[in-house]
Design a protein around this ligand. Sequence first.
Ligand SMILES: NC(=O)c1ccc[n+]([C@@H]2O[C@H](COP(=O)([O-])OP(=O)(O)OC[C@H]3O[C@@H](n4cnc5c(N)ncnc54)[C@H](OP(=O)(O)O)[C@@H]3O)[C@@H](O)[C@H]2O)c1
Length: 267
Amino acid sequence: MSENFNDKVIWITGASSGIGEALAYAFSTAGAKLILSSRRVEELERVRNTCSNVEQVKILPLDLLDASSLGARTAAAIACFGHIDIMIHNGGISQRSLIIETDIEIHRKVMELDYFSYIIITKALLPHFVQRKSGHFVVMSSVMGKIGTPMRSAYAAAKHALHGYFDCLRAEVSPMNIKVTLLTPGYIQTNVARNAVTKDGKPLGIVSQNIASGLPANEAAKQILKAISKGTYESYIGKFGSEKIALWLNRFLPVVVIKKAPGLAPK
Ligand SMILES: NC(=O)c1ccc[n+]([C@@H]2O[C@H](COP(=O)([O-])OP(=O)(O)OC[C@H]3O[C@@H](n4cnc5c(N)ncnc54)[C@H](OP(=O)(O)O)[C@@H]3O)[C@@H](O)[C@H]2O)c1
């Protein structure tokens, strides 16, 4: 059965590409009203024009690294349709570089984008959810939010931090009918590897084999809509492959993950 998000107002960051783009199409088909955010307005317009219900889709450009603007952007998002039902924290960047070579500024940038921007928007939106006694935060973590493999220290640290923060938030707000769902995707076919930041800040610029053979983004979107409609606390998204096995092993036999971790590094 396909999920029904009829007239739900959903704000998606990172909607210009990859998983966010696929979510825009899936939610639009499921009847939602959408607010699409990222930096590239032309790409957001392309996504809006491909949605099944263009009149119900608004564009709200933002830069998640511009921390001081995010409070006002959140107010503008609420004003788009008068309220927000579901916040999809999705925009972000990955990283590919050894710890010994990585500039501290890269760690700061990834943490600002993949962690602090999410909590700044959450803090700005939370009073709205509390006042409505309703709302759902959906947070795009990663398998890297649960385990650590070579070359992804900044990314894994930011994604792990999301689990700590949003697990605490869930414990605080679930009595107020506010939900929190953390998603831990494995390899999904998007530009995430191409855009990943390297030791000196330059993008990796290539698609890794693992990502190229990952789950197509539209299939990931279907799994995500299911997890959201069930209100799942935490959900793996992806193929049944090495990433899912690594999650299980990391929990019960972490020594195996450490020994095999170099093989999990991007190819
Ligand atoms: N693909 C995977 O295998 C995978 C696995 C686990 C988790 N994830 C997570 O999924 C999320 C989406 O990534 P993706 O795979 O769809 O990669 P993607 O195709 O590179 O999309 C990244 C999105 O983030 C936006 N973004 C980047 N920097 C931004 C900034 N400073 N301000 C605002 N928006 C910004 C980009 O839009 P603009 O360039 O237009 O700003 C784009 O829409 C990320 O959080 C990623 O960590 C992906």
